[in-house]
Design a protein around this ligand. Structure first.
Ligand SMILES: [Zn+2]
Length: 356
């Protein structure tokens, strides 16, 4: 049995050890949050992105056998997606584009900038040499799964700007769905700050975790800002910029003058457009990282919690966002079609899009 002195010494040592542990953990959490622009609510949403959700949606879509335009599977998949989005109470869901049968869910903005939009989309139709057998798992059920997962997570938050989660039809037949939407948006003078496209973003047979980012000049600032997210939020991906111009739904928005960013795997999935494009070829860890990256982009551009006033922490977080996004703000101000107009400054705590 230890003497009284020994006991005191032990208590002191234990106390010192506890203090040391607390100091170490405080230092560790400081390094987690030490990245400029780090936002705890964005980090919490990023942590929520679930591989099992992505898997379940991809499996459901593959189970239709085909989603090629003109098949029953295409119509049934649209109804399935409509139901999935309708199950999220915060969203307004519609079939858009008449026969094109896009499925579009809107999360209304909560503040002064609610008439400006951020759109994220993926096509749900598939194709193959035999249109009756077109499982389309990498192209593009997994992309649709990502958009649904973003809708599920982001709908629990409020954003100053309106976010549209769009699932396009007939991309494989000539981008008919997204072309219809983008043309109507331009005809209505709708202000879309960014269109973010997911197509074939989940094929990574060598586990390289390289994400190719294609951005046009109008969205170059977004792409530059995206380059900071992997380090800021601990997303283990390498970003490379795309020099070619893969054709997908982002082209429909670019044709109308809107800023676009597309993410995809660095090379096309080999089973693409064949009956072999099954879920076995989908890398869900990689799909999860793509979803996390897109979530960070959307949260920043749509201005998370932008309308909350009187909260110093949130206002200062938004100020940081402005500092991180000077090119984005300038590019959008100058190049978005139609020109941004009448967006109030200051009181919302959002990046104010003016005077920067
Ligand atoms: Zn595709």
């Amino acid at each position: 049995m230890p003497s009284h002195d020994h006991l005191q010494t032990r208590i002191c040592l234990i106390g010192a050890a506890i203090v040391l542990i607390l100091l170490i953990s405080a230092a560790a959490s400081a390094s987690d949050t030490g990245q400029p622009g780090w936002d705890p609510e964005v980090a919490a949403m990023i942590a929520e992105v679930s591989e099992s959700e992505l898997y379940a949606t991809t499996a459901d879509l593959q189970a239709f056998g085909t989603r090629a335009i003109g098949t029953d599977g295409n119509t049934e998949a649209a109804a399935y997606l409509h139901d999935r989005l309708r199950a999220i109470p915060e969203l307004e869901v519609e079939y858009q584009g008449g026969d094109r049968r896009n499925v579009v869910a809107t999360l209304p903005g909560s503040g002064q900038n609610a008439d400006t939009f951020v759109v994220v989309g993926a096509h749900y139709d598939s194709t193959a040499t035999d249109p009756k057998n077109a499982p389309g798992a990498t192209d593009n059920a997994a992309g649709v799964a990502i958009v649904l997962e973003l809708a599920r997570i982001m709908s629990s938050q409020t954003f100053d700007r309106t976010i549209a989660f769009a699932l396009w039809n007939a991309e494989e037949a000539g981008r008919h769905g997204s072309r219809d939407y983008a043309r109507r948006a331009a005809a209505d003078d709708r202000e879309i700050l960014l269109y973010l496209n997911y197509d074939s973003t989940a094929y990574d047979p060598e586990n390289r975790s390289v994400v190719t980012v294609l951005a046009d000049a109008r969205a170059a600032g977004v792409a530059r800002a995206m380059a900071q997210y992997p380090a800021r939020y601990g997303i283990d991906v390498t970003l490379v910029s795309e020099s070619g111009v893969p054709i997908s739904d982002h082209v429909s928005f670019r044709e109308q003058g809107y800023p676009v960013v597309m993410m995809h795997a660095p090379r096309p999935g080999w089973p693409m457009h064949t009956p072999d494009d099954t879920i076995d070829y989908v890398s869900f860890p990689y799909a999860r990282k793509s979803a996390q990256l897109g979530l960070a982009v959307l949260a920043e551009v749509a201005c998370l919690n932008g309308t909350v006033t009187g909260d110093e922490a949130q206002v200062s977080a938004s100020r940081t966002a402005v500092a991180v996004f000077p090119h984005l703000i300038a590019d959008l101000e100058r190049l978005t079609r139609p020109p941004l107009r009448g967006i109030p400054t200051g009181s919302s705590g959002c990046p104010d899009m003016q005077g920067l």
